[in-house]
Design a protein around this ligand. Structure first.
Ligand code: ADP
Ligand code: ZN
Ligand code: ZN
Length: 750
């Protein structure tokens, strides 16, 4: 111990301000000893802390005179080069403040756990190369004296200068032979990094660039111009499904690569969109190792290797989901955010950052060009395009010349409500499925469902109880027997008859995938039905396995929530049914209509990719809802115009920022009391222009044994809200028995 941490403090010229791991953002100064000149902002270091060993990240290096007293020296510098680049350090600090989380939490996102812990040494192997062949006379001598050496030489000669793994030459016995040959100057033994490639042994045949159509050429031209000019003004590429956005990304990426710069591509989730990864791997198959893949199902070893391949510039294209926005791509020239509207870019637990927003920030900081692509852009991005913050690029036609599938909306109010089917499957949809199954084609059924908020809807006329102040559906709370608006806190009594048609069959309850699966098995006894839900996706690799089976046509009907709509590229699928388009609309969320529109549009653009024309059937109790009507006509402009007007009228995002403050506890009174205290202090501390609802039970009032209460905070600036909340939460001095969380720019209000 004594040796490791010399106790006599150093008379140092430089000191490092270190963010010590696991100490809740405590910063301590350490002397930088001689021989550790490589310590800079972003370095990872080991240091003595009392009498133990700790690790940390260097925030800053300061010169003599900027600290007091004598400092203990750093114990070790983890890598010669800083693990976190200066820009990523800036992003960590910026995001920590914006999302009101400790800087250390952001750094944990930037440096993957296996890299932080250095748990996985880079794997290496020995390879042998031929330097020169001995002449015939010498060769004969070797052959007589040491036959093994001779056979090694012949093997290497036959391999025409390739580097041969020692293992292939016969392992340890061959090593002695090679060592001896090396001494004689005939061969060289080298260490070579072995790369654990998550794409495994899969071979990707080189694909050639396609001849672009006019719309694609114009979009590519705009991207190229921005790259050349190092413009960081984001480009919003709105291109209908099948318009060939990926081809534009591929050709733009190639040009950036040729210029010696790096590319970062964000996708919603790799296991759901394996084709995007495959297309990049194929297109860049001529540059081995050029494309690095990052995804959630990777092993620590794979993650470690891919991270280092990117960090060292061996891989210059990185593809991954949300967290890949922090990938250490060198000399970054281009960032692409595919399906930029996708809500999986927002992290749902702390730190609750938005990957797309961080990507825009990173592009600006690194002088990179950023392209946000989608068939149905988020209203945030569309608004930024309207105000001139983003530049809009459009591709309005399909590149593959396929027709958009026929979309039918089935009015569930009039469809016979066959009690045998529990109101889940209309007769029309049942017959359509039957027909496809008989033809040996495949079916996808989607259940539009997020959370479990119960809204009040009349199954006879479609009436939904809405808040008069927010025009959003209200949520039913059984404990209070009240309807509550979760955006403004407005409460109303529960009508026992529908105010519109006086029907008394009024409470709508959601149903889960299991119930639907049961009905399907009863209606189609011979069909092979597979269900994808949260239970399935929680198991590593389970989802990819199901999708693989489905692609191989060993499943007839795939049933799942909106998550399976992302990778809808199955040639065998000719029918997509959306079972309950409404349920996604009936949640207290200003983006409910937007999400429903995006889901239906994506579905309608994807069904029927093979030779047979596709068909989409949407079951709904509210066929007149704008989200459903505009989606049916593939009218993104119409929808966004109407929805943006509504958002502006009710001061919802993108015109304001919404944050959710939640207090959870197993003890109901404690949670109630804590949120009330926080509310009072926040109300006093925040200017009157910031709206904050009085505390209310969350739409999901109890989960995992904990009672949940929340306040919604609406403001023009998230900064002020984050700063004030951090302070007040810290001042609350709450114990272990309650959990307080703050979600800045929230995407979920449940
Ligand atoms: P998006 O990403 O916009 O939904 P994709 O990039 O998947 O569209 O393209 C849809 C299909 O059109 C793909 O099969 C692709 O190979 C094809 N495609 C794209 N561009 C062209 C082109 N210029 N000429 C012919 N086919 C194209
Ligand atoms: Zn009614
Ligand atoms: Zn309201």
């Amino acid at each position: 111990m004594q040796e490791l941490f010399p106790s006599s403090p150093l008379q140092a010229r430089r000191a490092a301000r270190v963010l010590v791991d696991g100490l809740n953002d405590m910063v301590l100064d350490y002397a930088v000893p001689e021989g550790m000149e490589g310590v800079v902002r972003g370095s990872r270091v080991e240091l003595p802390l009392r009498n133990r060993h700790a690790t940390g990240t260097v925030l800053q290096v300061v010169e003599d005179g900027e600290w007091e007293g004598q400092l203990r020296p750093l114990a070790r510098l983890v890598a010669d080069e800083p693990v976190v680049s200066p820009v990523l350090m800036d992003i960590a600090e910026w995001a920590a403040r914006y999302y009101a989380v400790p800087v250390e939490q952001m750094i944990r996102c930037i440096v993957p756990e296996p890299v932080r812990q250095e748990r996985h040494e880079e794997k290496t192997r020995k390879v042998v190369v031929l330097v020169q062949m001995p002449d015939d006379e010498k060769m004969n001598k070797i052959n007589a004296r040491a036959p093994r050496q001779a056979s090694v030489l012949r093997y290497l000669h036959a391999s025409e200068g390739r580097r041969e793994p020692l293992a292939d030459l016969g392992g340890t016995p061959a090593l002695n032979a090679c060592r001896s040959l090396e001494k004689q100057g005939f061969v060289r033994i080298e260490e070579e990094a072995v790369h654990r490639d998550p794409a495994g042994k899969e071979e990707f045949a080189l694909s050639q660039p396609l001849q672009l159509n006019e719309e694609q050429a114009a979009a590519l031209e705009a991207v190229n111009r921005a790259v050349d000019a190092r413009s960081t003004k984001p480009l919003l590429l709105q291109g209908v499904t099948g318009s060939g956005k990926t081809e534009v990304y591929l050709q733009a990426a190639r040009r950036v690569m040729d210029a010696g710069r790096g590319v970062l591509i964000l996708v919603p989730e790799i296991s759901l969109t394996p084709q995007t990864m495959a297309r990049f791997k194929s297109r860049f198959a001529d540059i081995p190792g050029a494309v690095a893949i990052l995804h959630s199902a990777m092993s620590d070893g794979e993650r470690f290797d891919e991270w280092h391949a990117i960090r060292k510039g061996r891989a210059r294209i990185a593809i991954g989901p949300r967290s890949a926005v922090f990938a250490p791509v060198q000399n970054l020239g281009l960032i692409i955010v595919d399906e930029e509207h996708d809500s999986s870019y927002k992290q749902e637990n702390s730190p609750r950052y938005h990957g797309r927003d961080i990507a825009v920030l990173r592009a600006a900081m690194e002088g990179a060009t950023i392209v946000l692509g989608s068939a149905t852009p988020s209203l945030e991005s569309l608004h930024n395009a309207h105000t001139g913050k983003y530049e809009m690029l459009r591709m309005d036609h399909r590149a593959d010349g396929q027709r958009l599938p026929l979309t039918r909306v089935l009015d569930m109010r009039t469809e016979a409500k066959d009690k045998r089917n529990l109101g889940i499957l209309s007769e029309r949809l049942r017959m359509a499925i039957d027909d496809r199954l008989h033809k040996g084609e495949q079916v996808i059924l989607l259940l539009n469902r997020r959370g479990f908020a119960r809204a009040l809807q009349c199954p006879d006329c479609g009436y939904v109880a809405e808040c008069p102040h927010c025009s959003l559906p209200m949520t039913y709370h059984a404990t209070e027997n009240r309807l509550i608006c979760h955006m403004c806190g407005y409460r109303a009594v529960v009508p026992n008859r529908c105010p519109e048609c006086h029907s008394d069959a009024i409470l709508l309850e959601g149903y889960g995938t299991q119930k639907v699966e049961m009905v399907l098995q009863r209606c189609f006894p011979g069909a092979r039905v597979r269900r994808v839900d949260a239970d399935v996706t929680a198991r590593k690799g389970a989802l990819s396995a199901i999708l693989h089976e489905f692609r191989g046509r060993r499943i007839d009907i795939l049933l799942g929530t909106q998550m399976i709509s992302k990778g809808l590229d199955f040639p065998g699928v000719t029918l997509v049914g959306v079972l309950n388009a409404d349920l996604g609309l009936c949640i207290p969320d200003p983006r409910a209509a937007e999400r429903t529109f995006q889901l239906l549009t994506q579905v309608a653009g994807r069904a029927g990719r093979g030779d047979v024309d596709g068909e989409v059937i949407i079951q709904t109790y509210s066929p007149q809802a704008t989200a459903i009507q505009f989606a049916r006509h593939h009218d993104t402009d119409g929808f966004s115009e109407s929805e943006l007007a509504l958002r502006q009228q009710f001061a919802f995002p993108p015109f304001t920022h919404l944050a959710v403050l939640t207090v959870r506890s197993e003890q109901e009174e404690l949670a109630r009391f804590s949120i009330a205290t926080l509310y009072k202090r926040l109300r006093a501390a925040l200017p009157p222009a910031v709206e904050i609802t009085e505390p209310m039970p969350a739409p999901i009032a109890k989960a995992h044994g904990q009672f949940r209460f929340q306040c919604i905070i609406k403001s023009a600036s998230s900064r002020l809200v984050a700063d004030t909340c951090s302070k007040e939460i810290a001042n609350l001095h709450h114990g272990e028995e309650i959990t307080v969380s703050l979600d800045i720019d929230a995407y979920s209000f449940l």
